[in-house]
Ligand binder design. Structure first.
Ligand code: HEC
Ligand code: HEC
Ligand code: HEC
Ligand code: HEC
Length: 132
């Protein structure tokens, strides 16, 4: 009887513990305030890092996380705030385009420059972002 109770306790509570543990580790992914974007893996690396005031973009300029972070399923962005964030390079390769998944350099350019142009604020000239 004791063993049966123990078994029931394990069956009931262990999955709950595993689930909450996963939820906690997702919530704990640190949201960086400022980022220097500096990837390697390009065929030729010309510049030395781009300053990106990350948190200011969501907190001060009011941009939704999901404007920049995505995970596509059936052509739709299913990423939502609270989900783990993968680095751009996880999917966008520095050397080759894979179907609709543009090369890494263009992933950044089409995100950063395009929005700055559309909103008519934020840097659009090469040397404003590429200082060196
Ligand atoms: C809004 C900011 C921004 C502007 C404006 C911009 N870039 Fe970039 N660019 C980036 C970011 C971010 C990366 C990714 C850097 C990395 O992965 O290390 C990048 C990557 C690159 C790379 C490949 C990585 C390297 O260091 O060689 C090249 C080449 C490049 N940009 C050239 C240009 C040129 C030329 C212009 C102007 C026509 C330009 N960029 C304008 C943000 C910008
Ligand atoms: C204007 C675009 C933009 C917005 C808005 C934005 N992010 Fe980001 N975020 C980025 C970029 C670009 C990176 C750097 C990723 C890289 O270079 O691989 C990043 C990195 C991160 C990282 C670190 C990932 C890692 O493993 O290094 C986390 C976590 C993150 N963002 C969460 C958030 C959350 C949560 C929000 C909303 C509150 C948010 N971001 C809003 C563009 C944005
Ligand atoms: C989990 C994989 C994944 C990650 C991580 C990811 N992307 Fe993407 N990205 C995709 C896929 C897939 C597409 C193609 C979507 C479609 O049109 O079906 C795409 C498309 C894009 C496009 C549109 C390209 C165009 O043709 O206009 C941009 C810009 C972009 N990603 C930028 C980024 C940036 C910046 C980051 C990092 C903050 C990032 N992506 C992280 C998978 C990813
Ligand atoms: C969806 C829109 C959007 C995206 C995507 C975006 N930005 Fe911006 N960014 C803005 C806006 C709006 C401002 C101007 C805010 C202001 O000056 O009031 C800005 C300002 C900036 C500034 C100037 C900050 C300052 O203190 O003057 C830098 C640097 C910058 N962005 C870099 C980047 C880089 C690098 C990326 C890509 C990784 C990026 N941004 C992606 C909207 C965007």
């Amino acid at each position: 009887m004791k063993r049966l109770i123990l078994l029931i306790v394990i069956v009931l509570f262990v999955p709950v513990w595993i689930l909450t543990d996963v939820a906690i580790s997702q919530d704990n992914q640190e949201i960086p305030e400022d980022i220097i974007i500096n990837n390697s893996g390009y065929r030729r690396k010309v510049h030395t890092g781009v300053e990106f005031p990350h948190l200011a973009h969501s907190e001060d300029y009011g941009i939704e996380c999901s404007e920049c972070h995505h995970e596509y399923k059936g052509g739709k962005n299913v990423w939502k705030e609270g989900d783990p964030v993968k680095r751009c390079i996880t999917c966008h390769k520095p050397t080759k385009r894979q179907g609709k998944v543009v090369r890494l350099q263009f992933a950044y350019h089409f995100s950063c420059k395009k929005c700055h142009k559309e909103m008519e604020s934020g840097p659009v000239e090469c040397k404003e972002c590429h200082k060196k």
